[in-house]
Design a protein around this ligand. Structure first.
Ligand code: SF4
Ligand SMILES: [Zn+2]
Length: 324
């Protein structure tokens, strides 16, 4: 990657690179879906995801594009439970649900505490509830909400990378110690955690991207997360396109994601998933794309490492040195 230390990444700089937000209806979730996921019990279960329309996250992480479907103002009390109710009425019956609000569930500017009891009553027939939150916003409110819940609560936390310089440049406003403290707090209070880990954030080449994703998996399990999701980094928020044009960012190759997923499952420390959305963005070979996508889906669902896919396409530079 080109020299990039002179680039001053700040909230202001990140926001200045943005395009417009999407048109959204603040009374409805901007999307919902049901997907298969391997549960902690080992069975493959239908898991609902509701993408809640909420106010914009106050953090401005370099790689984040979730602001696109957010409002510029706080949504009124009652809006989030209304959205959950609306989506659950449409969704097939599920026992496992993710509530993603493009920010932090436990940020009172996003979801007021007065909404917790109604949210809990809407989800109390479930077995698992997963919400997302910035590690620095983990605290007493998690316990307050957990105490109203019947399902097992899991909180998804962005670890992103354990490369400390890079974590700083991602503008995450979090240290590795903040992350470990959040996981420890949740664990003490019988709340599970899941880590989001980035594969090849900006300023890394392919080899470094694989290396740091693997070290991030090591760290996440060491501090006590129950499962990890590896997310191949994509563009789409303006800042990433700028960095791509300047030679500071390239999306990872599909085979790197495959290798990191193999590595994570091989650790045998907990469930490891690869984020398979928009997977074709990361493949340059139509000859093996379908087979690799199916292989990764199998790894996600069964947490085993199937036979390799062989193809004549070029292996990403450096990646063969890392996985031995
Ligand atoms: S904390 Fe999460 S939602 Fe907020 S800007 Fe960072 S990545 Fe996006
Ligand atoms: Zn190929």
């Amino acid at each position: 990657m080109n020299e990039s230390k002179d680039l001053l990444i700040s909230d202001q700089w990140i926001v200045s690179k943005r395009g417009p937000k999407n048109n959204i209806d603040p009374r409805k979730p901007y999307a919902w879906l049901v997907e298969k996921e391997r549960a902690a019990s080992g069975s493959v279960v239908d898991t609902g995801i509701i993408f809640l329309t909420n106010s914009e996250c106050t953090f401005h992480c370099l790689m984040c594009d979730l602001w696109k479907n957010t409002t510029d103002y706080a949504v009124p009390a009652g809006s989030i439970p209304d959205q959950i109710e609306w989506a659950l009425e449409k969704m097939p019956d599920v026992k496992h649900l993710k509530l993603y609000n493009s920010g932090s569930f436990f940020d009172i500017r996003a979801i007021p505490e007065e909404d917790y009891p109604r949210i809990a009553s809407l989800v109390n027939h479930l077995e698992t509830l997963i919400v997302e939150c910035h590690p620095r916003l983990i605290g007493e409110r998690c316990i307050q909400f957990r105490d109203m819940l019947m399902p097992q609560l899991q909180v998804a936390l962005g670890l992103e990378t354990v490369n400390p310089d890079l974590l700083l440049r991602l503008n995450k406003k979090m240290s590795l110690n903040d992350f470990a403290t959040a996981v420890g707090f949740l664990k003490t209070h019988e709340i599970l955690s899941r880590a989001f880990i980035l594969l090849r954030p900006p300023f890394l080449n392919e080899e470094e991207g694989i290396f740091w994703a693997q070290r991030s998996l090591d760290f996440a399990f060491r501090v006590g997360v129950e499962c990890c999701t590896v997310i191949p980094v994509r563009g789409g928020n303006g800042a990433m396109e700028y960095l791509r044009d300047q030679g500071h960012f390239s999306s990872p190759d599909l085979r790197s994601l495959e290798m990191v997923l193999e590595y994570g499952i091989g650790l045998n420390e907990g469930r490891v998933f690869a984020d398979l959305w928009d997977l074709n963005l990361f493949s340059s070979c139509q000859g093996c794309f379908e087979k690799r996508a199916a292989r990764m889906n199998e790894m996600n669902l069964n947490q085993v490492i199937p036979e390799l896919v062989f193809c004549n396409c070029k292996v990403p530079e450096g990646s063969e040195m890392i996985t031995a």
